[in-house]
Design a protein around this ligand. Structure first.
Ligand code: SF4
Length: 357
């Protein structure tokens, strides 16, 4: 995996592109006018490892809530704005570090210039975000539909409006709900410019379908070295988006955060209720940032061997189970409840040793 070189830009205190680690982003789904609810959701996203948050700013009331939201969190914030340049300027004046706005959609050049000048003055980033569902009619007619080339041409058209005003702190996203189209579009775009790219699959679906589509699409792009920031879009609680994003990064060996939990799929050899044991361990480790590997396996025959690299493991057997560290058995316990209690004790010991939560 060799990362495509992009230019570096700054989103608040964070670097995007230029070889920086791929950044995990999400978007709130609270009403932005509700400051308390929005800040509570941002805090939950941050706990899961979200590194920048986008908020919809649909009207002036939402824009008026931005100063309070800005001062209530340290995460970089990006205002998602359509059509109204005044909302974009209000977001920048509130101290938000980024805008997601398409300059081609905000009216006359004078409006674009005002937004760009404000972004420069506030050292903010602008993301040009093109979706297959909102392509210009002209391009749809020229290409006969929202194909990858049309997406790229649309994005570059918006980018040129920013460049025309001497603005280059740009990142670009091209989203389609089709995984193959998204991959082709990003590949074409990464050949056409060196701006950092924000990757994701739009309207991916609920938790299972969305996680699969995003993992395939984002995973292939990352493996091709494309992508500087990412969002997994799910029809689910946004904290799930962050968890899935981290699992994609972990699976590719690009970044990791928090414990890795390995559990076997169970088979005819399994003689304990492994699902509930695995769930209890996952619940205990939810939100933990400790860099540990934990295995929950269904049998004493293959469990320790299959999970040899785990810092701590549990393997069930008939009426008893074993606890192992790095594949070596350290305890043998009778009864499922006692096994879980002993395992939690060992897990806490490991967490204390690692200084993690
Ligand atoms: Fe089956 Fe044991 Fe492998 Fe789990 S670890 S799938 S119980 S053989």
């Amino acid at each position: 995996m060799r990362k495509t070189q992009t230019r570096a830009i700054r989103l608040g205190g964070l670097t995007i592109g230029g070889g920086a680690p791929v950044m995990v982003q999400s978007m709130t789904n609270t009403d932005t006018r509700d400051v308390a609810a929005t800040l509570a959701q941002i805090a939950r996203l941050a706990e899961r490892g979200c590194e920048a948050v986008r908020l919809a700013v649909p009207d002036e009331t939402a824009a008026r809530a931005l100063p309070a939201i800005r001062s209530g969190t340290s995460l970089p914030l990006i205002a998602d704005i359509h059509f109204d340049h005044r909302l974009a300027i209000a977001a920048l004046e509130a101290g938000l570090e980024g805008l997601r706005i398409n300059p081609g959609n905000i009216g006359p050049k004078a409006h674009v210039d005002r937004v760009v000048d404000a972004a420069k003055a506030h050292k903010a980033v602008i993301r040009v975000g093109v979706n297959s569902g909102s392509l210009e009619k002209r391009l749809l007619q020229e290409y006969g539909g929202p194909c990858p080339k049309a997406l790229v041409q649309s994005a570059l058209g918006h980018v040129r409006l920013l460049e025309g005003r001497g603005f280059y702190d740009i990142k670009i996203s091209l989203k389609s709900s089709s995984v193959p189209d998204t991959i082709v579009a990003y590949r074409l775009l990464s050949e056409a410019c060196d701006y950092p790219l924000h990757i994701g699959i739009t309207e991916a679906g609920g938790l299972v379908r969305g996680a699969v589509k995003s993992s395939v699409g984002i995973g292939i792009l990352l493996h091709q070295g494309i992508g500087d920031t990412m969002r997994v879009s799910l029809t689910a609680d946004p904290t799930e988006e962050v968890s899935v994003a981290w699992e994609i990064l972990r699976a590719l060996g690009l970044r990791s955060r928090g414990p890795e939990i390995i559990s076997c799929p169970t088979c005819g050899r399994t003689e304990i209720d492994l699902f509930s044991l695995a769930r209890a361990v996952e619940d205990r480790l939810a939100g933990s940032t400790a860099d540990i590997k934990v295995a929950v396996m269904g049998c004493v025959v293959n469990g320790p061997g299959e999970a040899r690299e785990a810092d701590l493991g549990l393997a069930g057997g008939r009426d008893k189970g074993i606890i192992f560290r790095k594949g070596k058995v350290i305890r043998s316990i009778r009864g499922q409840e006692a096994l879980l209690a002993a395992f939690m004790e060992e897990l806490q010991r490991l967490l204390d040793e690692k200084g993690g939560l």
